[in-house]
Design a protein around this ligand. Structure first.
Ligand code: NAP
Length: 370
């Protein structure tokens, strides 16, 4: 009832501050002039704490604004990367529900997300977006285990897998036609994105988004989460992503893991280049082996990159040993004339460009004269 006496319908906080005693009765009512008007401070008192009323204009507007910009997102796979993303989703005001093979109730509560150990319970909450953050190699199993019939018919499915053709084809095979599909790859992780996402690349492919305005907007609102953080938004097909990523991301992870095996240590005389290598190890070593294995197994371009790496290393070693051989021969035989050429060593001067056959054509093989 206090709103009858408040100065204007507003939020509960304002009612609290502004509610006064009832205003004086209208002048046509008989007043009792003999009684002095009390001006004591006691007349200002709180009558009640009221909830927002249905006519509370500001509350309704803000509620409508919230609903039009915020999403209810179910994160499936609440491990390293799932939690990393959830932090930002929650900070931006989205509602996050989480589900995972392991029990992450405490971690979810700390972040402000609701954890559901049962996928049926989660789906009955009717999230607008299902965000798949499972390991690449477990994705098919997890997707097939979801009770899709409990979701709303037009749910948006998004994945963040580091390979893209594989989840796209899984989604197309498994999800009913009513569901929308957005394949994405935030090309950063808990380590590289720990100080914010500004300038970091976010790749996406709108694989299947219905024409209805609400569906188009929902997809846009999801993408806006990353755009708002300052990500460099790159729209490209899943196939294109996998081609580029094999030559960049897979090579990066492979080199990081090779260097990790060398157990590099910081020294008192680190160069900038060496510091870069140490950072590379730090960036890649914190990712799970499942992730790296997924990059290899589920990107058809990865095997070619591994072979190129092998070939490049071999060719470099041959180049080095070739020079060493020259020096040794000169020392052994001096400048003696008429020496027979002992052997001709083929050296691959340059690898063929990405995508070209790896066997060197005859004219790309240089002959190192001894
Ligand atoms: P990950 O090892 O690739 O995946 C861990 C997640 O997969 C956990 O949620 C884990 O659940 C779940 N999982 C693993 N095996 C499972 C199984 N057999 N059944 C059910 N769930 C299983 O590490 P991640 O770094 O968190 O990556 C998650 C996804 O994000 C991957 O697809 C990755 O490619 C992508 N991604 C990662 C990064 C990054 O920098 N880390 C960057 C971009 C994209 P439990 O924890 O409950 O066991």
């Amino acid at each position: 009832m206090s709103s009858l006496f408040s100065l204007r319908p507003s939020t509960a906080a304002q009612h609290h501050r502004l509610s006064l005693s009832p205003p004086p009765p209208p002048s046509r009512l008989p007043l009792r002039p003999h009684k002095p008007v009390l001006r004591s401070r006691h007349r200002v008192k709180i009558l009640a704490l009221d909830a927002a009323q249905p006519f509370d204009y500001e509350a309704r507007i803000s509620d409508r604004l919230h609903k039009s910009t915020k999403l209810k997102i179910a994160v499936i796979g609440f491990g390293n990367f799932g939690q990393f993303l959830a932090k930002t989703l929650i900070r931006q005001g989205h509602t996050v529900l989480a589900h995972s093979r392991s029990d992450y109730s405490d971690a979810a509560a700390n972040l402000g997300a609701a954890f559901f150990s049962d996928a049926d319970d989660l789906c009955e909450e009717h999230p607008e977006v299902i965000l798949l953050c499972t390991s690449i190699i477990s994705t098919e199993k997890v997707l097939r285990s979801l009770p899709l019939q409990r979701l709303k018919r037009s749910t948006l499915f998004v994945d963040v897998l580091s390979v893209k053709e594989f989840p796209k084809s899984l989604f197309m095979q498994i999800l009913p036609m009513d569901f929308d599909i957005l394949c994405t790859h935030p090309m950063f992780g808990p380590e590289s994105g720990k100080n914010g996402w500004s300038g970091l690349t976010f790749v996406y492919d709108k694989v299947r988004i219905g024409d209805e305005e609400s569906r188009v907007l929902r997809c846009q609102r999801f993408l806006d989460i990353f755009a708002k953080e300052g990500c460099r938004m790159v729209e490209m097909s899943c196939a294109e992503h996998d081609r580029y990523a094999a030559g960049s991301q897979f090579i990066t992870h492979t080199m990081g893991r090779v260097l990790e095996k060398l157990r590099l240590e910081s020294t008192p005389v680190n160069t900038k280049g060496y510091e870069t290598l140490l950072n590379l190890v730090e960036n890649t070593a914190s990712d799970s082996f499942d992730l790296y294995y997924g990059l290899f197994m589920y990107n058809k371009n990865a095997m070619e990159q591994l072979e190129r790496l092998d070939l490049a290393f071999e060719s470099l070693k041959k180049e080095l040993f070739g020079h060493l051989h020259d020096v040794l021969r000169k020392q052994l035989f001096g400048k003696a004339e008429g020496l027979e050429v002992l052997e001709e060593r083929p050296v691959l001067s340059k690898l063929p460009p990405n995508g070209a056959p790896l066997l060197p054509p005859p004219d790309s093989v240089g002959v190192q004269n001894s």
